[in-house]
Design a protein around this ligand. Sequence first.
Ligand SMILES: Nc1ncnc2c1ncn2[C@@H]1O[C@H](COP(=O)(O)OP(=O)(O)O)[C@@H](O)[C@H]1O
Ligand SMILES: [Mg+2]
Length: 213
Amino acid sequence: MTIAISHQKGGVGKSTIAWNLATALQDKYNVELVDLDIQKTLTYTNEIRSNHTDLKPLTIKSFSTPEDFKKYINGDSDERLSIIDIGGFDSSMNRLAIITADLVITPVSDRSFELLGIKSFEKVLKELSDLIDEDIVVRVLLNNINPKKSKLGDVKTFIEKSKHFSLLDTILRARADFDKSAGLGMNVIEYNKDGKASKEGKDLVKEIIKILY
Ligand SMILES: Nc1ncnc2c1ncn2[C@@H]1O[C@H](COP(=O)(O)OP(=O)(O)O)[C@@H](O)[C@H]1O
Ligand SMILES: [Mg+2]
């Protein structure tokens, strides 16, 4: 089973979401986090995590060539849950991950510049869909949304109209816990189990399990 967290735009929350999902799902599933980010953000975050004796570090995989990554993807099985943190660039490894994943999650916020990013990502999805002769549909996760905002703007309208995007029910609001927890090598639930971010994190985990299993 494979989940790819993908968007060609940087800073939208890919690593944050991959981190929270992987650390929360590893108790129940045989999780491997695939770090395709050239900055290796989560590999370093996991090193911080190893200093907490009470927390289980993640199993992290990284690949230097597309061939090695392809071999890994070909070994996909029901016993393994690979969560891929895709770097914010458009490479052959990213494209392979999008095509082969059981679930692609694309984090998007609702700021004005996001619309441009999601439009160019849609172009990539169109190209890939033509290539495999099948419509690729990615699940959009609204992330880093102002907690006070109830009406979501143009980005949401665009997503609802596109055949390549489908909104997840869970929304992650802008919450300091997402940043603070990762800095300490923790997920939002471990960091502050009664917090609002923790509630949203749990909702996301539940929704993802329901989609996959
Ligand atoms: N829901 C959120 N609330 C608050 N901060 C967030 C949220 N999601 C992401 N961030 C912060 O935004 C920044 C970019 O997130 P990151 O996961 O590194 O993005 P990407 O991997 O797409 O480049 C980080 O500092 C992260 O802590
Ligand atoms: Mg990242």
